[in-house]
Design a protein around this ligand. Structure first.
Ligand code: NDP
Ligand code: X2W
Length: 401
């Protein structure tokens, strides 16, 4: 079978899962075995002979909101994916245009033109990425065929408590039945539920960067759930392509500013995930900032450790929790996570540092808001839902410099 790296490249480049699985079952390679086990534990309908038979088959995918930032990022990632073929792309104001006229970097990709959702034929589609503004999304998803697998990147289905959605978003929820069947798609935390889900609420970018380090630490009772202070920074693409003044070079360059101070719309989502982990209500102080960079996100999190716990304990727990994970990487001690080291990739880098105040620790995590914070995690989730190895199409190295 050859070396670990040749085994890895067979699995990923050719989508040859069955061959890979057989080899892995007989090997002592633990790390790769864990990743491939995702394929092995694919939904029953996709496992076994049927799954082997379709190893080179492509699923047909629609991108709703393909003319936006997260939509174009999905298209970029799928260009290197052996099992998904884009058969439908929609837009609103840009409906009727070709994708290369909207995004010249996507020239000559053999992609369909952008059409309005009302003109879409979903009989040619197995799954959709829904990259639409919140509010609009629930109405549109409600009208989609129930046979479709859906990964929704908006906030519309993320909050289990519909009252909380209505309070924070100032509008009624118009698809409450669908909300009940939704699985929140923080991949590394909810993998088994994601595998069997039809509708995924893909997590927000800030909540992803914050929950990935905090959930394991809270579940292990290593940190106190009171007095969690989170300071996050985002690149401008987080505001979407439709943003106006906020996107202007003159408004962003050579400065930073906070926004949503004391009341940012991601607070209930962050608190929902942390409260689930704690099995009690958690409240946090959260302040986001806009940075003069096109993509990237850092969360710096200040926590009080549980009595008797040390930063060494926090570090060791995160190390063992994420040791087998492809995309979440705990750096070596004292190494500082940089947004530049995850640019364009699906990685989350994190580390834990002792605070100068005894009993407190500082946790830093970085992601690319458009990849692990949006389209990359969405693809990771759809891979799981379709029984494809989770890392397929997501292994590109970050862009540097
Ligand atoms: N940007 C980010 O980092 C992240 C974004 N998200 C979420 O993902 C979703 C998409 O975000 P993003 O790509 O940044 O947004 P953009 O503003 O860049 O793109 C929005 C897309 O939706 C289309 N659209 C807008 N209004 C309608 C409508 N009424 N009916 C149908 N289509 C419509 C737009 O079409 P057209 O261009 O033709 O008007 C465009 O294709 C949002 O819910 C956002 O909150 C989640 C995580 C991170
Ligand atoms: C810089 C910026 O404006 N960021 C957005 C969050 C990013 C995003 O798209 O939020 P969702 O994940 O909830 O969709 C904001 O603060 O509202």
């Amino acid at each position: 079978m050859g070396s670990l790296s040749s085994l890895n490249s067979i699995c990923i480049d050719r989508g040859c899962f069955a061959k890979c699985q057989d080899s892995i079952k007989n090997s002592k390679v633990k790390k790769l075995c864990t990743r491939a086990s995702v394929a092995m534990s694919a939904p029953q309908s996709l496992r076994s002979e049927e799954f082997k038979a379709q190893k080179f088959e492509k699923f047909r995918v629609g991108v709703l909101g393909a003319s936006g930032y997260t939509g174009s990022e999905i298209i970029r990632l799928l260009a290197a994916h052996p099992n998904f073929q884009i058969t439908l792309m929609t837009a609103d104001r840009k409906a009727g245009q070709s994708i290369e006229s909207v995004f010249p970097h996507l020239v000559k990709r053999g992609l369909p033109d952008l059409i309005a959702i009302k003109d879409a034929d979903f009989s040619n589609v197995d799954a959709v990425f829904c990259c639409l503004p919140h509010g609009t999304t629930q109405e549109i998803i409600k009208g989609l065929p129930s046979s479709l697998k859906i990964v929704d990147l908006s906030v519309d289905f993320r909050l289990r408590d519909v009252g909380e959605y209505e309070e924070w978003y100032g509008q009624p929820h118009r698809a409450q039945e669908l909300q009940k069947e939704t699985v929140y798609g923080l991949t590394e935390i909810s993998r088994p539920e994601i595998q069997s889900a039809r509708l995924i609420a893909n997590p927000g970018c800030y909540p992803t960067s914050i929950q990935l380090p905090l959930i394991p630490l809270i579940k292990a009772n290593l940190i106190e759930v009171k007095n969690i202070i989170i300071d996050s920074k985002s690149g401008v693409s987080g505001a979407g392509r439709g943003a106006k003044e906020a996107n202007l070079y003159t408004e962003i360059a050579e400065g930073i500013h906070s926004y949503g101070v004391t009341r940012h719309r991601h607070v209930p989502e962050i608190e929902q995930g942390l409260s689930d982990a704690a099995k009690s209500k958690v409240t946090v102080s959260f302040t986001p900032h806009l940075m003069p960079m096109s993509r990237g996100m850092q969360s710096t999190i200040y926590v009080e450790m549980a009595p008797g716990a040390s930063t060494e304990d926090l570090y060791e727990h995160l190390r063992s929790f994420y040791e087998e994970e492809e995309f979440v990487i705990l750096l070596k001690k004292n190494e500082i996570p940089h947004t530049r080291h995850v640019r364009g990739s699906n990685y989350c880098l994190m580390n834990v540092f002792p605070d100068r105040i005894p009993g407190r620790a500082i946790i830093i995590s970085v992601i690319d808001n458009l990849v692990k914070g949006a389209s990359g995690q969405a693809l990771q989730n759809l891979n799981l839902m379709m029984g494809i190895p989770e890392n397929t199409g997501l292994l590109s190295v970050p862009l540097f410099p």
